[in-house]
Design a protein. Structure first.
Length: 322
């Protein structure tokens, strides 16, 4: 073999290595970062998805809880992880669209430092009142609030939380004055509404569903485009003339922006396969969650729109993080 032929062969082999490495992905366990504690909504979704993703990928998908800063800490782990496809996270609306717009910001730019994989789930945010409330419709609530400005309290899970921002949307759209009271968790918020400590509030459907179905809470409207199968008699905000109230929580899969295309495509195929699995759909339905499964471009555009929407609400109301 001539020297020229030998060099050409060696160069060809070297150029083929990255492609071969991507084709063999994955060769070891993959970390699925959950930015919240075990047992929370993100954690439940991740643990439902992980076994199905592992079956598709042929390697373990290990759920790892990295708690802190309302989901920001765990997402930051993914943003700063080695860009090799072996670490991804399930980010929430809070970590990917709300916290970046609050005063403290985030250590990552969700549009620059992360790459979208797919939307995992959409979690509706109904507005509810206690069973003892005189308000049976959102129109009655708005009329009552206008008749006595400042007489109604609404609860949230903290300044800048989704329930807080959703109520601010309602306040602006309906032209009412309601008083904000902050709680530390969805469970505390639900209890406060049940006890009529606050007269209304938004929260993730899984937190409220059992109490709504038991008749202890009354759902007045939902911020989703369509009515919900869990609450078929509850109108949408658009139906009641308040289309600007567009509030749903969500959780989606993201990875370091420098992750190669091959591993990203493999992760997306595995995630979509999991989200389309009938048993996964059944389990998510039991949690009050709507499966996602859109394209990276669609999910990226969705994250951008959510940043713009919630950023405007935050700036308009001068909301500061707790």
């Amino acid at each position: 073999m001539s020297r020229r032929t030998w060099l050409a062969a060696m160069l060809g082999a070297a150029l083929a290595l990255p492609a071969a490495a991507q084709e063999s992905y994955p060769t070891r366990a993959i970390r699925y970062i959950v930015p919240f504690a075990a047992g929370g909504p993100s954690d439940i979704v991740a643990r439902i998805m992980a076994p199905r993703m592992a079956a598709t990928l042929g390697q373990p998908v290990v759920v790892e809880n990295r708690v802190g800063a309302g989901g920001v800490t765990g997402v930051d782990v993914a943003a700063k992880a080695a860009p090799d496809g072996y670490t991804f996270a399930i980010g929430s609306a809070g970590a990917l669209a709300i916290s970046p717009n609050l005063g403290r910001g985030t250590p990552y730019d969700p549009m620059r430092d992360l790459v979208p994989i797919t939307l995992g789930v959409l979690v509706p945010e109904p507005v509810v009142v206690p069973a003892v409330s005189p308000f049976r419709t959102i129109q009655e609530l708005v009329a009552g609030a206008k008749a006595r400005p400042g007489s109604l309290n609404f609860g949230s899970t903290g300044n800048g939380s989704m329930p807080h921002l959703a109520a601010e949307q309602l306040r602006a759209a309906a032209g009412i004055e309601i008083v904000h009271i902050s709680y530390n968790s969805g469970g505390q918020l639900a209890t406060a509404i049940l006890r009529n400590e606050v007269q209304l509030g938004f929260a993730d459907l899984p937190v409220l569903l059992a109490q709504i179905q038991a008749g202890a809470l009354r759902a007045l409207a939902v911020g989703t485009p369509q009515r919900l199968s869990w609450l078929p008699d509850v109108p949408t905000m658009t139906e009641v003339g308040l289309p600007a109230v567009d509030a749903s929580n969500w959780h989606g899969l993201v990875a370091s922006a420098r992750t190669p295309a091959g591993p990203l495509a493999a992760l997306r195929r595995a995630a979509i396969g999991a989200l389309q699995d009938p048993e996964v759909i059944r389990l998510l339905d039991a949690q009050g969650a709507i499966p996602g499964g859109n394209s990276p471009n669609e999910f990226g555009a969705f994250i951008r729109r959510e940043n713009e929407k919630w950023g405007e609400v935050i700036r308009r109301n001068n909301i500061q993080a707790d």
